[in-house]
Ligand binder design. Structure first.
Ligand SMILES: Cc1ncc(COP(=O)(O)O)c(C=O)c1O
Length: 261
């Protein structure tokens, strides 16, 4: 019997055509900038989103984390909706990797309102962390796939900007939002400083200034820090500091964090 697995859109499998395209993809040394497949992906996504740069990452969580790491410093505070992926499903990485303090704002099916932003931003004082960044999610996964209406999105971003915050967009399913409400993905993207945008099998591109772009390229290296990526990996990115201590030698997590061969 052919069962349709609806646990998540992430349980889909590549079609034979997709596998063939992957097997036949042209490859090259990413450090020299001559992996044509990665470059084509970065350029295509940047073009679709109307952004100056794209950076290929091995997972969406990695893209979210690079955006936080590039723009926040230890002790900063990150505002995000209470059910967001970044606060709930990235292994506490904003604290573990960057020393950033997360602050959850209770939304309405994942959506915040402009009125929530002002009171959440801390006054400048030696007592308080610096409220640095607002992370939004579109569509909102735990909110039930909620699509941000563009006017509400604009209003929330405007409030954040008026208070000096940077804005990151976790756009794991941003193209679903466009399919639903017809608002082009670039409309959302151009309002934000960084974002992650994905499609199967997990390319994620983050918008960068030239400086962040360089930083992101060296920091996304699988299994370590500050090095080139050379062969674009299909393996997950797991800096040693982030490897959970509860991983046993036989656990799934251990198998997943094997270094690339
Ligand atoms: C909203 C959202 N952000 C981030 C992620 C993480 O993506 P990845 O599994 O590629 O790290 C997911 C995964 O489903 C997600 O739904």
């Amino acid at each position: 019997m052919n069962l349709i697995d609806l646990r998540s859109d992430t349980v889909t499998r590549p079609t034979p055509g997709m596998r063939k395209a992957m097997a036949e993809a042209e490859v090259g040394d990413d450090v020299f900038g001559d992996d044509p497949t990665v470059r084509a992906l970065e350029e295509r996504v940047a073009e679709l989103l109307g952004l100056p740069f794209g950076l290929f990452t091995a997972s969406g969580s990695q893209a979210n984390q690079l955006a936080v790491g590039a723009q926040c410093r230890p002790g900063d505070e990150l505002l995000a909706e209470a059910g967001s992926h970044s606060l709930n499903f990235e292994g506490g990485a904003v604290s573990a990797l960057w020393g950033v303090q997360p602050r959850a704002l209770e939304g309405e099916r994942g959506l915040l309102s402009p009125e929530q932003i002002g009171p959440a931003v801390r006054p400048l004082s030696e007592h308080y962390p610096r409220t640095r960044m607002l992370a939004l999610e579109n569509t909102h996964n735990r909110g039930g796939g909620t699509v941000w209406p563009i006017d509400r999105f604009r209003a929330v971003v405007a409030e954040a900007r008026a208070r000096g915050l940077l804005v990151h967009l976790d756009g794991a399913r941003l193209f679903n939002a466009q399919a639903r409400n017809g608002v082009r993905v670039s409309e959302y993207a151009r309002l934000c400083d960084t974002g992650r945008w994905a499609s199967w099998p997990r390319p994620a591109c983050t918008r960068w200034t030239t400086t962040w772009s360089g930083w992101g390229r060296t920091t996304r290296t699988p299994g370590g820090w500050r090095a080139g990526w050379r062969r674009s990996p299909a393996s997950p990115w797991t800096p040693p500091r982030w490897r959970p201590t509860w991983c046993s030698p036989t656990s799934r997590c251990r198998r997943r964090t094997r270094s690339p061969g």
